[in-house]
Design a protein around this ligand. Sequence first.
Ligand SMILES: NC(=O)c1ccc[n+]([C@@H]2O[C@H](COP(=O)([O-])OP(=O)(O)OC[C@H]3O[C@@H](n4cnc5c(N)ncnc54)[C@H](O)[C@@H]3O)[C@@H](O)[C@H]2O)c1
Length: 339
Amino acid sequence: MAIHVGVIGLGRMGQIHARNIAENVPDATLYAACSYVDEELELAKREFGVKETYKNYEDMIANTNLDAVVIVSPSGLHTEHIRIAMQKGLHVFCEKPIGLDSEDIKKTIEVINSRPNQVFQLGFMRRYDESYQYAKKLVDEGTIGELTLIRCYGIDPSSGLESFVNFAKNSRSGGLFADMSIHDIDLVRWFTGKEIKRVWAIGKNAAYPILDKLGELETGAAMMQLEDKTMAILVAGRNAAHGYHVETELIGTKGMLRVAQQPEKNLVTIFNNEGVVRPTSQNFPERFHDAFIREMKEFISCIKEGRQPEVTAYDGLLGTIVADACQKSVETNSIVVID
Ligand SMILES: NC(=O)c1ccc[n+]([C@@H]2O[C@H](COP(=O)([O-])OP(=O)(O)OC[C@H]3O[C@@H](n4cnc5c(N)ncnc54)[C@H](O)[C@@H]3O)[C@@H](O)[C@H]2O)c1
């Protein structure tokens, strides 16, 4: 029988998950949706065939026809929404970050751990991207030897700035490191299997003064040392003129790997009066289109097969702790040690 899913949040990301559940995950039915915004609820009925729509989350999950919820509400609401759904006996998929406050996340993990028969999955979708999975396999097989340094770029396109400003005005993003670098922090932990112990982060706003008013950074950089002295350098930003720039370099004792050396759109190269041009991915829905579908298929498979996914709530906690340390480092201009 199909798993009945309710989605909370139908904004930029919620609509992607809603569409995937409705159209691309065969064993799932998008049964209900919840949002503050009337037009989004209309769209969910019209485009995704949702049967029931709600403005109040607790009303939605009181619906006994639901098996699972997909939480795509603003980041500051995730922990509360997870706890309520877990306590109702539902399986939960939650977008990243799991939360913005580590003590609150720990309380939420207690609730998750007290219900081992319910699936909990966190939206670290890069772990479901085929290129990252291939790179991970090569690293695990020892192809590039022992890792010494990981360099990550995660920069949103300048074209997305307006929509980000609206997002940041209406809800807490958690800052550049919790909102953007959290994916790279997770990759560093995933590739190495080690914890990050010390960080030094800095940032600068240059092109968009409005970000100062919102307490947000346009570009930030963090240098990290892991427990075994492996190093990581993370660059995050909101102002890539050429598109959505996600790139990862892994340097090992026997070689080096790059994922998306240029963040290419596809295999096409254009030769014209502008020179030799490689088009780039323009945004996260385009670059991680397949990974979003694969992570949702994994969530539904876990429910059907009675198992938990590889990515855990604990990974979410560690991501937030490291992102917080980066933010604190920027604010205090000092190296922050993570216990
Ligand atoms: N995995 C990724 O790469 C990725 C990309 C973008 C966003 N995200 C995450 O997805 C989440 C949502 O981001 P977004 O950009 O879609 O935000 P958004 O502002 O575009 O949408 C938020 C949605 O939540 C709804 N909402 C807000 N408060 C609510 C409440 N109390 N009850 C019911 N509905 C409520 C709004 O009506 C809206 O539909 C964030 O946590 C963000 O970090 C992840």
